[in-house]
Design a protein around this ligand. Structure first.
Ligand code: BTN
Length: 263
């Protein structure tokens, strides 16, 4: 693993988890400022960057969230990282589920807080969102498919835009003490490596972990905007492909992607 010129806290955090990162992380490239770490990682993946290439930044000027939203990425407040993955076809559907589980694992291990997952992989603490994951697929000229997994974690208290502040929280706010973003990064990458491997070798284990983290969200009313339509019902769980199951009257609807509003 080559680390180039990393900020001291990031370098130290990666060192602490070095033995667990060895078989997964190939290179960590850090930027003081970037448009979007996902865009840069997608570009590197298209040019053939290997699985385990990590792109991180202190601040993003064009951070992207799911469903075309922006992701507020102020300096010194969060972790903004993207990882290049090259999963086999069987693992692809479980990549985002595995990523959510990994971030929840890392928050438990590094901070000692019990995170909750909302489908597909929003990470919540104290009823407010603390981390989000954006998985984007691409293919290179050689036709090799890749996924870039972007993870944004709110680490410190920051001035987020008001519409974000009302719905968001940070690790420091929830734990009530300063949090070392380098340790959070190291722990997230270690957990991601482990859960990603597991998604390939033992999918039921990853699915069971996701269901445990999402337990408090299940059996809750949801509205899903899928394609052109809307499905309202009760969240019943996820199937073996990671799709959300919504019980709507006598039917169970399988939601693969779309906007889900939890009531
Ligand atoms: C969401 O909408 O919940 C997903 C947010 C994902 C944000 C991360 S920050 C690092 C990476 N780069 C981006 O532009 N987005 C992701």
């Amino acid at each position: 693993m080559t680390n180039g010129d990393l900020p001291a806290d990031i370098r130290d955090g990666v060192r602490v988890y070095a033995s667990r990162l060895e078989s997964f992380v190939r290179e960590v490239a850090w930027h003081a400022e970037i448009g979007s770490t996902n865009d840069t990682a997608l570009m590197l993946a298209e040019r053939g960057a290997p699985e385990g290439t990590v792109v991180g930044a202190d601040l993003q000027t064009a951070g992207r969230g799911r469903r075309g939203r922006s992701w507020a990425s102020p300096p010194g407040a969060g972790l903004y990282v993207s990882v290049v993955l090259r999963p086999d076809a069987r693992t692809v559907p479980l990549v985002t589920i595995a990523a959510g589980v990994a971030v929840a694992d890392a928050i438990g291990e590094a901070i000692g807080l019990a995170a909750v997952l909302k489908w597909p992989n929003d990470v919540y603490l104290g009823g407010r969102k603390v981390a989000g994951i954006l998985a984007e697929a691409g293919s290179s000229h050689a036709g090799v498919h890749h996924i870039v997994l972007g993870v944004g974690v709110n680490v410190g208290r920051a001035s987020y835009p008001p519409e974000v502040a009302a719905r968001a929280t940070s690790l420091e706010h929830e734990v009530g003490r300063p949090v070392d973003r380098g340790l959070v990064l190291g722990c997230c990458l270690a957990a991601l490596g482990a859960r990603y491997r597991e998604a390939g070798s033992d999918p039921p284990h990853v699915l069971a972990a996701w269901r445990r983290y999402a337990e408090s969200m299940l059996r809750r009313p949801v509205t899903c905007h899928v394609g052109g339509g809307t499905v309202s019902g009760i969240a019943a769980g996820i199937d073996d492909q990671g799709a959300l199951l919504v019980r709507a009257g006598a039917d169970t609807v399988r939601v693969v992607s779309g906007e889900v509003i939890w009531h």
